[in-house]
Ligand binder design. Structure first.
Ligand SMILES: Nc1ncnc2c1ncn2[C@@H]1O[C@H](COP(=O)(O)OP(=O)(O)OP(=O)(O)O)[C@@H](O)[C@H]1O
Ligand SMILES: [Mg+2]
Length: 264
């Protein structure tokens, strides 16, 4: 399902203009990372996709729906959004209720709900924690519950807002696996991240935002190679990319296998 953003501007009630004319198209099944300094407008932008925020001017369409003309409840069938802070998202007394809430709310049949919940729990390795209160889990696992509860809704578009922040290497690997599985299913995955190595390893397209505008947008390798421009939004290219440049490699490398090939 295509996302089309046309000259989107958004001003908070405080008078702060957080988005200053953003135009983007994200095609069905794309894997996109959004990067940029704190306050660049990343969260503000994606909150327009599921209608949590409504454009001050310009438009955002999800497939044939213009988001300002649909309720957030309706948009939830097309766009799943995993919050930056799971504590803003989770509210149930146990993991199973939490993860079942979304698909139940979308009105799926019981057999489909059971199947989706089971799959989401297994993908996030939460199958043995169904009776636990999310607040008795570590922040790491709470983040996985937040992921599971959105995955279970089976939306064509899934947005992760800073999924790897504060996560250890094992959990970062789990999150990468979840993203790879969603990709296999043909879903559009949009991930906001400060973790540039994670971005390089898992995404084909990178959008860099700076001060409410698109600074760069293109294939991960092209965008992550633009060290000077990225510096404007305080993003350093991946360690491998910087090392490759220092070694004088002709091609920009962003992933381990490319690096190994280039130095052979
Ligand atoms: N509820 C709000 N009311 C007023 N201003 C806000 C609100 N939320 C965000 N802002 C401001 O809008 C701008 C964009 O914020 P946003 O949260 O979208 O940035 P971000 O790129 O997601 O940053 P971070 O990396 O810190 O999460 C910032 O200047 C921020 O202070
Ligand atoms: Mg944010």
């Amino acid at each position: 399902m295509k996302i089309e953003i046309n000259n989107l501007r958004f001003t908070y009630p405080t008078g702060l203009e957080a988005l200053k004319g953003i135009s983007l198209t994200i095609d069905s099944g794309e894997q996109v990372a959004i990067v940029g300094q704190n306050g660049a407008g990343k969260t503000t932008l994606v909150r327009h996709f599921n209608g949590l925020l409504k454009a001050t001017s310009g438009s955002v369409s999800i497939g044939d729906w213009e988001t300002t003309k649909q309720s957030t409840a309706k948009l939830a069938s097309r766009v799943g959004y995993v919050f930056q802070n799971p504590d803003e998202q989770l509210f149930s007394r146990d993991v199973l209720t939490e993860v079942s809430f979304g698909p139940r709310n979308l009105g799926y049949e019981k057999s489909k709900i059971d199947e989706l919940v089971k799959r989401a729990l297994s993908l996030t390795e939460l199958s043995d924690k169904t009776e636990t209160n999310p607040y008795d889990l570590s922040p790491t696992w709470r983040k996985m519950v937040a992921l599971a509860s959105i995955i279970a809704m089976d939306t064509p578009i899934v947005i992760f807002d800073e999924p790897t922040t504060g996560q250890d290497a094992v959990n970062v690997g789990r999150i990468a696996h979840v993203i790879a599985e969603l990709k296999k299913e043909g879903k559009t995955v949009i991930t906001i991240t400060h973790d540039i190595d994670f971005c390089a390893e898992n995404f084909e397209r990178v959008i860099a935002l700076s001060k409410g505008q698109v600074l760069l947008d293109g294939a991960a390798r092209e965008v992550l190679g633009q060290e000077e421009i990225l510096a404007q939004t305080y993003v350093d290219p991946p360690q491998l990319t910087r090392l490759g440049k220092r070694l004088g490699l002709k091609e920009t490398v962003t992933r381990q296998e490319e690096f190994l090939k280039a130095i052979q």
